[in-house]
Design a protein. Structure first.
Length: 534
């Protein structure tokens, strides 16, 4: 497959992920009457919706920003962020005609959340009829939609993403292809006997040209090999299934725990699996930073690495390998052992991380930790392991946006914030200037613990809706904003994060800085922060 074809398929993959976020959003807005309001009022203010609907402002702001990122609405923040104006675009008029169709597919969200049970478990009490009806309807859609209609094509790719994403993830996580994929990417017919529902999905794969009879096409293998790219977005299906309640119900619905104290808004095991695969894309730049730090004279090196939010342990495992095999420190580990410390608030992540490092033969310690409370983390590290957090290289990946929100301690009314983002906490709309002050104070709370060796951050970001709408198929801004916005996480634009760090008294080394992609659509950054006075 040549690079041009790969680029085309990557564009479709991004549209798939857009669809997983957009379909339940449109369905929820349709259910409570806001889509009809927009159709009847092509120009409106946010306050108009507040006057006409009993709504949780924060989540409505997020939902409407998603539509703007798809190019359906023009959105302009007004009056110091306390008001927003909207205008329905020509594209939006056309796409909202599919609103009821979007709603019909959203009805199978619950079954898509547990699709691995439908596929791989012989549970006689599990009724797959609604799920299969949705897939049958999808196959009819593939036949009837005219390819020359760009709006119909976009709608079709959204639906394809919602239907196929969970299948790809369940197959990828199960490792089933390792057992049943034979020579030339052909499936062993025995898979149909072992898992009867696979027969139905093989027909779908043939319909969308991912398979030819029992054999995966190049297109099919492209998507199968990239199953983990769907993992994080699909892991938030429990959140997407509750958007209606978030908009005009109990804003705390996501934060209820199961009887086993498990999260109900995200499939954490799936999330860790999906996000772990994403790390490898950014390791090259991180490797350069690590090598430069651990090639210094030993007295100028950290005692080890402290990873707050260690997830599945992939980053710690990788960094240890780089230091051991590619640095001067690696040659003296017997005399100067490298302390590997992982911390995570989530129990499932701690368990997986421990297994990852243990299987790799890496001596380590895993602790419970909260990114919003560095003081307690430092105290625990000292009491349990006799280590000073200031003597460690602090690292974290995709975590600062997931800090627990707290009201700023200092005034923020006069603060200016140019972010285009939409943010909420338990349904409340957080003004952008307030959130920026929160981030400044967050960075300040870590400042005294990173003075000697710095804080290496791999972080996620948003971009403006206008820019996202111009780059559909080339950016994941829509699914990023949906998964994080609805679950009270706070992804700022890169420049807003950097200015917040600057105000907190941190500086960044230009030699230890990168963004992905390396253009205006960047949604990932790497930065090594140190205090200005060090």
């Amino acid at each position: 497959m040549d690079s041009k074809e790969k680029k085309k398929l990557r564009n479709i993959l991004f549209r798939h992920l857009d669809g997983i976020a957009i379909i339940p959003t449109v369905a929820a807005l349709t259910k409570i009457g806001i889509i009809n309001f927009i159709k009847g009022h092509h120009v409106f203010l946010f306050s108009d919706l507040q006057s006409n609907f009993k709504i949780n402002d924060g989540y409505l702001n997020i939902a409407l920003r998603l539509l703007a990122s798809q190019g359906w609405l023009n959105r302009e923040i007004m009056i110091d962020g306390e008001e927003i104006s909207f205008k329905l675009t020509q594209k939006g008029m056309a796409m909202l005609e599919f609103a009821n169709n979007y709603s019909s597919y959203a009805k199978c969200l619950h079954d898509l959340m547990i699709i691995e049970k439908h596929l791989f478990e012989s549970d006689k009490t599990l009724d797959s009829k609604n799920l299969l009806d949705a897939f049958d309807h999808f196959m009819t859609l593939m036949i009837n939609e005219k390819e020359h209609n760009p709006m119909a094509w976009e709608f079709q790719k959204h639906v394809e993403g919602l239907m196929m994403g969970p299948i790809l993830v369940s197959i990828g996580m199960s490792g089933i292809l390792d057992q049943y994929l034979t020579t030339f990417n052909t499936l062993d017919p025995k898979i149909k006997d072992d898992f009867p529902l696979m027969n139905h999905f093989i027909k779908i794969f043939n319909k969308i040209k991912w398979m030819d009879a029992e054999t995966f096409t190049e297109t099919g293998m492209f998507f199968m090999k990239r199953a983990s790219a769907y993992g994080v977005t699909v892991s938030y299906l429990p959140t997407f299934n509750n958007i209606s309640k978030l908009l005009h119900g109990d804003p705390n619905i996501l934060w209820k725990r199961t009887d086993n104290d498990l999260e109900t808004h995200v499939d954490r095991r799936m999330n860790v699996w999906g996000s772990g695969g994403a790390h490898s894309l950014y390791f090259k730049k991180i490797d350069e930073i690590i090598i430069s730090l651990f090639n210094k004279p030993i007295e100028e090196q950290p005692l080890g690495i402290a990873d707050m939010g260690c997830g599945d342990g992939t980053l710690l495992k990788h960094l240890y390998g780089i230091i051991k095999n590619k640095t001067l420190r690696g040659k003296t580990l017997n005399e100067h052992p490298l302390h590997i410390i992982g911390a995570d608030f989530n129990k499932a992540a701690r368990i997986v991380s421990n297994v990852t490092l243990k299987d790799a033969g890496i001596e380590h310690s895993i602790m419970k930790g909260d990114i919003s409370d560095p003081e307690s983390h430092a105290k625990q590290l000292k009491e349990k392991h006799g280590l000073d957090l200031k003597q460690m290289l602090n690292v974290r990946s995709f975590l600062d946006h997931n800090r627990i929100y707290s009201k700023p301690k200092k005034p923020f009314n006069e603060r200016k914030c140019n972010s285009t983002g939409a943010y909420a906490h338990r349904g409340r709309w957080i003004p952008n200037n307030e959130l920026k002050q929160n981030l400044v104070e967050h960075f300040m709370s870590w400042k005294k613990y990173i003075g000697k060796f710095g804080l290496l951050i791999l972080e996620l970001h948003t971009i403006s809706p206008n820019l996202a709408a111009l780059n559909l198929g080339n950016t994941l801004a829509t699914p990023y904003d949906a998964t994080h916005g609805y679950s009270d996480q706070y992804i700022f634009e890169i420049d807003t994060m950097l200015s917040s760090a600057d105000e907190a008294g941190l500086m960044v080394s230009p030699n230890h800085q990168a963004k992905f992609p390396n253009n205006e659509c960047a949604t990932i950054s790497i930065n090594l922060f140190t205090p200005k006075n060090c």
